[in-house]
Design a protein around this ligand. Structure first.
Ligand SMILES: [Cu+2]
Length: 276
């Protein structure tokens, strides 16, 4: 390879970090051609925590990505064979110190991230909201049960008795209405294969595993219509497994619920027998 080919290849390698970072900035700035490619609007009370964790990890990995990309470019540029015909080759059996350093640094970084995000993880996945019943604190019961199946979301609301799995439950498909400014608990499960229940605007994403019942919770702070998405490739119709999340004020929600519930009564809909 001659000198010029070497330089060309070095510059091509340099394009990896340059274009990589460029595309991210382009998307973050919502520039033309990249509209809506960055994080969707956050409408969850705790969403900021998830977003700042995301940005922190992105920044950290970004610095390492740029660092290794630039180092690779520099070694190609400076030490190519064509430009160093007289250089003497030095054989090495490795550096013990270097290996210790590059093992400990990533390990320490991963450990730091694990500890740093512990609170966010606990809030999102472990500390389910509670209510007080007869002076006793207990986990808040879910307002609805979401069942994923190829290829739709079946939604079952606890009826007036507040208990899911009884005869007065309300059923909808792909349309989830919820009140805002309240801690929402949902129970999710699947009828067939793995799905992933994803509410992008609420920063909620949870795999739905056959045979398991799982709980997700969040607190929406804005009314409007948003997406429910399946984030796990679950079959040929995966792409159309999307639903509509309608966030309403408590009054609007109650009115909607009443109306739907009365309609289902009129159709004398017979829901399946309770499971438990
Ligand atoms: Cu799915």
């Amino acid at each position: 390879m001659n000198r010029w080919a070497e330089r060309l290849w070095s510059l091509l390698f340099l394009m990896v970090p340059v274009a990589g970072v460029g595309v991210f900035i382009w998307a973050m700035a919502d520039g033309y051609g990249m509209r809506g490619h960055w994080l969707p609007e956050n409408i969850d009370e705790q969403g900021k925590v998830i977003d700042s964790l995301f940005l922190f990890i992105l920044g950290l990995t970004g610095v390492i990505f740029v660092g290794t990309g630039v180092a690779l470019f520099w070694f190609l540029w400076r030490y190519g064979a064509a430009g160093n015909r007289d250089a003497r080759v030095r054989y090495t059996h490795g550096s013990h110190t270097l290996e210790v350093v590059w093992s400990i640094l990533p390990a320490a970084t991963l450990l730091f991230i694990a500890i740093y995000q512990m609170d966010a993880w606990a809030d999102a996945k472990i500390r389910r909201p509670t209510i007080v019943v007869n002076g006793q604190e207990q986990p808040k019961p879910p307002i609805a049960e979401i069942t994923g199946r190829q290829f739709e979301w079946r939604i079952r609301y606890a009826g007036r008795d507040g208990v899911i799995g009884t005869r007065d439950d309300l059923f909808t498909v792909n349309e989830l209405h919820l009140p805002v400014h309240e801690e929402i608990v949902l129970v999710i499960k699947t009828e067939d294969v793995l799905h992933s229940f994803f509410l992008p605007n609420l920063r909620v994403k949870q795999d739905v595993v056959p045979g398991m019942k799982q709980y997700v919770w969040f607190k929406p702070i804005r009314t409007g219509q948003y997406d429910i998405v399946c984030a796990e490739l679950c079959g040929w119709g995966h792409y159309k497994m999307r639903g509509r999340l309608v966030l309403q004020t408590r009054e609007e929600f109650d009115r909607w619920f009443e109306q739907e519930w009365n309609n289902q009564e009129l159709r004398s809909y017979t829901p399946p027998e309770p499971e438990e």
